[in-house]
Ligand binder design. Structure first.
Ligand SMILES: [Zn+2]
Length: 146
């Protein structure tokens, strides 16, 4: 499976018989799934969302948005507790074309992607429990599709 390194964004190919959670990056040698929220640029967004065989959860935010600021540490906390998915954030001001493509109408909006496909999205501020519950629902939905 292909997974983007949390640290250097290199694409790593992990053999099926290896535990991806324990894998280190071939390029920077650090843990690939480190539970760090990746700050995605407009250029990085599609490669990361499309070239991963693990879910990629993206928080669409803006610096002027109060609820987004509130969400940020919650999103980081949940990311740090999850070692089977990637978490990213996209600044809708600096990457406005991506946010238009993704049809973002309000922020914060969080989208759960799997292999480039949107599985679900949720808008408005969430607390930690709500975010975790929504992610679990997305995983459930994913297992029903596949
Ligand atoms: Zn790396």
């Amino acid at each position: 499976m292909n997974i983007t390194c949390n640290h250097c964004l290199a694409t790593n190919r992990i053999p099926d018989n290896k535990d991806a959670r324990q894998a280190n990056c071939g390029k920077c040698k650090q843990r690939i799934l480190a539970g760090i929220v990746i700050n995605l640029s407009a250029q990085q967004f599609y490669p990361v969302v499309e070239r991963n065989d693990v879910p990629v959860i993206v928080d669409f935010w803006a610096s002027w948005c109060g609820p987004c600021q509130q969400m940020a540490p919650i999103f980081e906390q949940v990311a740090s507790e999850t070692d089977t998915m990637l978490f990213g954030k996209l600044n809708t001001e600096t990457a406005s074309e991506i946010s238009a493509d993704a049809n973002i109408r309000s922020i914060p909006t969080i989208i759960f992607f799997f292999r480039g496909q949107e599985v679900d999205r949720i808008s408005g501020p969430l607390n930690q429990m709500q975010l975790k519950q929504w992610i679990m629902q997305c995983v459930q939905k994913l297992s029903e599709i596949n």
